[in-house]
Design a protein around this ligand. Structure first.
Ligand SMILES: Cc1cc2nc3c(=O)[nH]c(=O)nc-3n(C[C@H](O)[C@H](O)[C@H](O)COP(=O)(O)OP(=O)(O)OC[C@H]3O[C@@H](n4cnc5c(N)ncnc54)[C@H](O)[C@@H]3O)c2cc1C
Length: 332
């Protein structure tokens, strides 16, 4: 078992309530931050650790919906041979950030504006200004139509999964359903075929929308295709049963492939360049098309993975430090 280095009483262990955090931030309003990080997932937290260790004044504003929070146990993050829960990873990262002086505020950033060279950030009940802003607001997966509690339980049990790259290994040789259709559904089903010979592509709506080329690929890979809609999901015998028409089909793992919503609305509000899917476009240093605005993690096009979010967070923070130093020398 992995030893937890964060012993009670250590700086890392001390945790503060959201109310305490928000109160201390409200007392500081008016002060200019070097960087406000919007989003406290792996990308934003990594950036905040780097920025605070560059002796910069950093505020993280987060509304607590990190995709990482929902990971039951991740086995593909290097350094955790026994896996790590997403919630525990975030807890450790927040503790590390606090240790170096990062301030947190819990709430949604509803408005982001530029005033001269500075940014004005408005969150629930307060506003703050900053010399630059890093957006690390992630994406939200579209979920199948099913009761929220059942979805949460199935996710925690690993019966519903959203990331074949992350956890396809864990469902090796299991009976797997992919909910989706078209290119996206076909790609995900074909990807999962290298983990199991039992893959079924189920339409979320009444009928599939598959081109002949999709049908050929599915056929070549021996993937079953079933029309929807799914009228009921139920937990049975350690798996998930889907009721379709007159039949009920049992699966050991279900992957919704229904796409995601990119949380790039703040970037769009500043007219930063987005791609056709709504992802924020950045240069190789995570700079957006708006000066002083940076982006990292899932909301940027690329591999939606923690390792990528960590890397982009580090790159963004270092670019921010160097860009700020060009405006006014950073000297101790
Ligand atoms: C079920 C599941 C399992 C996964 N398993 C793995 C795995 O094993 N390995 C792996 O590498 N990856 C895994 N992933 C993917 C991984 O979770 C993401 O790639 C990672 O969380 C991306 O980090 P991020 O910081 O970009 O975004 P997120 O972690 O999603 O964080 C974004 C944060 O921004 C906040 N936010 C958004 N908008 C605002 C706003 N306007 N104001 C304030 N806050 C805002 C959100 O609340 C959230 O806290 C998994 C994902 C899912 C859903």
């Amino acid at each position: 078992m992995e030893r937890d280095l964060m012993q009670p009483g250590s700086v890392e262990h001390r945790s503060r309530s959201r109310e305490e955090d928000n109160l201390s931030i409200r007392n500081e309003i008016g002060n200019m931050h070097d960087c406000i990080v919007v989003g406290g997932g792996p990308a934003g937290l990594t950036a905040s650790i780097y920025l605070s260790r560059y002796h910069l004044k950093v505020l993280v504003i987060d509304d607590g919906k990190s995709r990482a929070e929902t990971i039951p146990l991740s086995f593909n993050l290097a350094g955790y041979p026994n896996g790590i829960r997403g919630r525990e990873l975030l807890r450790r990262m927040r503790a590390q950030a606090r240790r170096f002086g990062v301030k947190f505020s819990f709430g949604t950033v509803t408005q982001l504006a530029k005033s001269g060279a500075a940014f004005l950030v408005r969150s629930d009940g307060f506003s703050a200004s900053s010399r630059c802003v890093l957006l690390a607001t992630g994406v939200v997966n579209r979920q199948p139509k099913m009761p929220k509690t059942l979805h949460r339980i199935a996710l925690q049990k690993g019966l519903i999964r959203y990331c074949p790259i992350c956890d396809g290994y864990e469902v090796t040789d299991k009976q797997i359903a992919v909910i989706g259709t078209g290119d996206r559904g076909t790609d995900e089903a074909v990807f999962l075929r290298s983990f199991s010979r039992s893959i079924t592509l189920v339409a979320a709506g009444p009928q599939h929308e598959l081109l002949d080329a999709d049908l050929d690929r599915l056929d070549q890979h021996g993937i079953s295709v079933i029309e929807g809609p799914i009228t009921l999901f139920s937990l049975t015998n350690g798996g998930l049963s889907l009721s379709l028409h007159a039949q009920s089909l049992f699966f050991e793992a279900v992957y919704p492939a229904l796409g995601s919503i990119v949380r790039s609305e703040l970037a769009a509000g500043l007219e930063a360049r987005l791609n056709v899917d709504g992802c924020v476009e950045v240069d190789s240093h995570q700079r957006t098309s708006v000066q002083g605005l940076y982006a990292a993690g899932d909301l940027v096009i690329g591999l939606d993975q923690i390792s990528n979010a960590l890397g982009q967070g580090g790159v963004a923070a270092t670019a921010i430090r160097n860009d700020l130093a060009l405006q006014a020398p950073l000297m101790r």
